[in-house]
Design a protein around this ligand. Structure first.
Ligand code: ADE
Ligand code: ZN
Length: 321
């Protein structure tokens, strides 16, 4: 099987309904019954409802040990699909809502990475994220914690959440703090926002990659700029199809962006919410676009080139692809 790498996945969004229920049962966290459908899967109807369901599920993660379990469980599932490397987003705001400190959430994640490496050989790193709809002040507070508490596994700073809220320039203080401390950054843009959202991000934030960026396809000049500036796109087709942006993998612009010369990478975003996984994403784009193993290996190479980890680790991983 082709070796894989993932750059865009939200850690709290990796926990399966079964794991969320198990954690809540063990730690006594109240679980809103509206989190699940009658078939046991996560219950949400559109992107904004998904963000709310995500918050309800994330509330089951209540301790450093819970963060270790969620991380380990996700990396275990990835290793089964020949994933070599996962760069996961963590959200200190979600941790804080559950009463977990910044340091504890990070130490839990790091312990999960260590355990998974030891057992399965998979490698993981962390991108600390703020949540856009919580506003610029909260984002700056996350960035301050981020730069004040360096950790060898934390390789970048990012932002998720509702792209319709605020303007990228409102988050320049948070992103510049991270950037000036020497970190790479990425922002969700061009998922539910159009090309302007991507342009505004490129013009106001010091980003090395774009989270999603898929709606750049609506603006050929922007695609040209992304190609010229070699800005990798963290594409997540299954996520976009689930949230209704595109009707099918065949209709997704993944291949058109690739053919235009964009540095395309392939990720699962929030796998149990979108009934996907890294392995399924590789299989489904291969089927939709007729990719052979060489095409898929190129996607993994793109991801490793675009990863925020150090060059020694990148080269070590690339040698295994
Ligand atoms: N947080 C978790 N998943 C997200 C997504 N797909 N877009 C924006 N914010 C998110
Ligand atoms: Zn995302």
């Amino acid at each position: 099987m082709v070796k894989k790498a993932e750059l865009h996945v939200h850690l709290e969004g990796t926990a399966t309904p079964a794991l969320v229920k198990k954690l809540a049962a063990n730690n006594g966290a109240p679980l809103d019954p509206s989190t699940f459908k009658s078939d046991g899967e996560f219950s949400w109807t559109n992107f904004w409802d998904f963000l709310s369901c995500y918050d309800k599920a994330a509330a089951a993660i209540q301790s450093k040990e819970d963060y270790r379990i969620v991380t380990y469980d996700y990396l275990r599932r990835c290793a089964e699909e020949d994933v070599l490397y996962v760069e996961t987003f963590s959200s200190p705001d979600h941790a804080a809502s559950a009463g977990i400190s910044y340091i504890d959430h990070l130490e839990g994640i790091a312990a999960g990475i260590d355990d998974a490496r030891q057992e399965f050989g998979i490698e993981g790193r962390v991108i600390v994220t703020c949540v856009r709809h919580l506003g610029p002040e909260k984002a700056l507070a996350v960035a301050q914690q981020f730069v004040s508490n360096p950790h060898p596994y934390v390789v970048g700073f990012g932002m998720g959440g509702d792209e319709a809220q605020f303007h990228p320039k409102d988050f320049a203080p948070a992103f510049n703090l991270a950037h000036n401390a020497g970190y790479a950054t990425t922002n969700h843009a061009g998922e539910f926002g159009g090309p302007k959202s991507i342009r505004d991000t490129l013009n106001h934030l010091p980003v090395q990659r774009i989270g999603h960026g898929v709606r750049s396809i609506e603006d050929p000049k922007l695609v040209e700029e992304l190609v010229r500036r070699k800005i990798p796109l963290e594409l997540c087709p299954g996520s976009n199809i689930s949230t209704g942006l595109f009707g099918s993998y065949e209709e997704h612009p993944f291949d058109r962006l690739k053919e235009a010369g964009c540095l395309v990478t392939l990720s699962s975003d929030d796998p149990p919410f979108f009934a996907t996984s890294v392995g399924k994403e590789y299989d489904r784009v291969a089927n939709a676009f007729g990719y052979d193993e060489e095409n898929l290996r190129q996607i993994t190479h793109n991801s490793l080139d675009a990863a925020f980890c150090d060059d020694i680790l990148k080269e070590k991983l690339k040698a295994q692809v």
